[in-house]
Design a protein around this ligand. Structure first.
Ligand code: AKG
Length: 210
């Protein structure tokens, strides 16, 4: 079997509707400033990867948010970044963004090589548009359509922005495999440390109950 052909076939698979990707969203200097800001914060270590929560603290064991989860407004540096996300969005995506409150929660994930995040759909306590900024290493994000099992791989470059809305947000699971290397367009790419910033709005604190 020709694995090169298989790899290209995978890359060329259908892109989920509502997935918007912006390469070069940040400059290297902006990336360095953000990483310095993040690394000056106190990481939480209760998961297998380190995380930071701003705005609201998400409870991974109950997978819910209630009033007790409120930390406070996003700090200025994240508010500025959230504003930049809106400016970079396409006209269509801006329409969806304008129908929801400005982003009010951010979760920062750190992935050392070999770490990942299980395939999931963000819960409906979160608003319709979810935005992720990538810092540090590039990484493959895997998408699987829940109804059909169809796959899509999105290569997230450092300094890129990913926006998920509609089907991409609710009909496809997304995750990052726990491995040290990714295959992309016929190449094997070593992972380094990656840090992601994911912005969300909260739709209804009570609807987070399962
Ligand atoms: O790190 C990423 O790019 C994705 C993060 C994510 O899916 C999440 O926090 O739910």
């Amino acid at each position: 079997m020709n694995t090169e052909l298989l790899l290209f076939a995978d890359d060329a698979a259908v892109t989920p509707d509502g997935l918007e990707y912006h390469q070069g969203f940040l400059t290297p200097v902006e990336e360095d400033v953000l990483l310095a800001q993040i690394d000056a914060s106190e990481w939480l270590t209760d998961l297998s990867r380190r995380v930071l929560h701003f705005g609201f603290k998400y409870d991974y064991s109950n997978r819910r948010l209630d009033e007790t989860a409120r930390i406070g407004p996003l700090p200025e540096w994240l508010t500025c970044l959230a504003r930049k996300v809106r400016e970079a969005a396409s006209a269509d995506m801006k329409l969806f963004l304008d129908q929801q409150r400005p982003f009010e929660q951010a979760i920062i994930n750190e992935y050392e090589p070999g770490q990942g995040i299980a395939p999931h759909i963000d819960r409906d306590c979160f608003g319709p548009v979810v935005a992720t900024v990538s810092l540090g290493s590039g990484i493959n994000m895997d998408f699987v359509q829940s109804a059909t099992g169809e796959n899509h791989v999105e290569r997230l470059a450092p300094r890129s922005l990913l926006l998920l809305y509609g089907d991409a947000r609710i009909a496809w699971r997304h995750g990052i495999a726990k491995r040290r290397k990714d295959k992309w367009q016929g190449q094997t790419l070593e992972r380094k440390r990656r840090v992601s910033i994911t912005f969300r709005t909260i739709t209804d604190l009570r609807s987070a109950q399962d």
